[in-house]
Design a protein around this ligand. Structure first.
Ligand SMILES: NC(=O)c1ccc[n+]([C@@H]2O[C@H](COP(=O)([O-])OP(=O)(O)OC[C@H]3O[C@@H](n4cnc5c(N)ncnc54)[C@H](OP(=O)(O)O)[C@@H]3O)[C@@H](O)[C@H]2O)c1
Length: 252
């Protein structure tokens, strides 16, 4: 795909930790051209360089993002984008993502809001690309010209990547997984240093439930006219926060 035909895309929640990662990954992308950045109303259209501090180690704020205005997350404010990558917090992601899907935009979301919805794919292309067919049902049911596809919890994703070939070759009945998750997963500013330094916190609110439920959906089936069926296995997750900056570890 040459520069003229690249698909125009925008990032919602562009000033946050996940939003910055989206911007970094979109730099020089062969298919996508970053044309819009959305965040809360408070930035009032000032440029990304003016309102955002780059927090990713190992890279600098890309010049193409630095000069874009940061606009509210409304379809009319980001009119040029055919696809939006959403890094919005769950408190606002539900309504905003639906507004974009209703307006004909393809929404790829990191937020948890629609992950377990009966008509929304929770997608890892290498694992369950056939689940993408659920968007036809979603558009019909919700009368949307766009659609929402979600990605999974950051610990469920690598777990499912490892389990899929085992499931296909031998079948899997029971999974016990223990995670050691970096502080990056808590966003910015994340955890208080007094809580995490020299410590491991054996509890992350809502995380174990997400790993258990999302794993079953992703390893399950999508049948046209019937819907999703969970994989027939039991998953027990034990999630811990550790004092590592980035990179989760898990043992299953
Ligand atoms: N799948 C995964 O692996 C994974 C990992 C971590 C996080 N997540 C999810 O990704 C999402 C983002 O997490 P994060 O850590 O990047 O959060 P974050 O650093 O707190 O960033 C939140 C972003 O949302 C924007 N925002 C806040 N309120 C808004 C509103 N009312 N309207 C529009 N924009 C608003 C913020 O913009 P302002 O600058 O205007 O405040 C900021 O750009 C969350 O849903 C989180 O659970 C997923």
């Amino acid at each position: 795909m040459d520069r003229q035909t690249r698909i125009p895309v925008a990032v919602l929640g562009a000033t946050g930790m996940v939003g910055q990662r989206f911007i970094e990954l979109l730099q020089g992308h062969p298919w996508f051209e970053l044309v819009g950045l959305g965040a809360s109303e408070r930035h009032g259209g000032r440029t990304y360089a003016e309102v955002s501090r780059w927090r990713l180690s190992g890279s600098e704020m890309p010049a193409s993002a630095a000069r874009l205005p940061v606009v509210p997350c409304r379809p009319e404010a980001l009119g040029g984008a055919k696809i939006v990558f959403s890094a919005l917090p769950p408190e606002v992601a539900g309504d905003i993502e639906a507004d974009f899907a209703r307006a004909g935009v393809a929404v790829f979301s990191n937020a948890k809001n629609y992950r377990m919805a009966a008509d929304v794919p929770l997608l890892i292309p290498e694992v369950n690309a056939d689940h993408a067919a659920a968007i036809h049902e979603q558009r019909k049911q919700r009368n949307w010209s766009g659609y929402i596809i979600t990605n999974a919890n950051c610990s469920a994703t690598p777990l499912v990547m490892a389990l899929k070939p085992l499931q296909e070759a031998f079948g899997v009945k029971k999974v016990m997984v223990t995670t050691l998750q970096a502080i990056s997963g808590a966003g910015y500013p994340g955890l208080s240093s007094y809580d995490i330094l020299d410590n491991a916190i054996p509890y992350i609110s809502g995380e174990e439930e997400k790993v258990e439920r999302e794993t079953l959906k992703m390893l399950g089936r999508w049948d046209e006219g019937y819907g999703f069926t969970d994989a027939a296995m039991v998953v027990s997750a034990h999630c811990n926060r550790v004092a590592t900056r980035e990179g989760h570890l898990e043992c299953a």
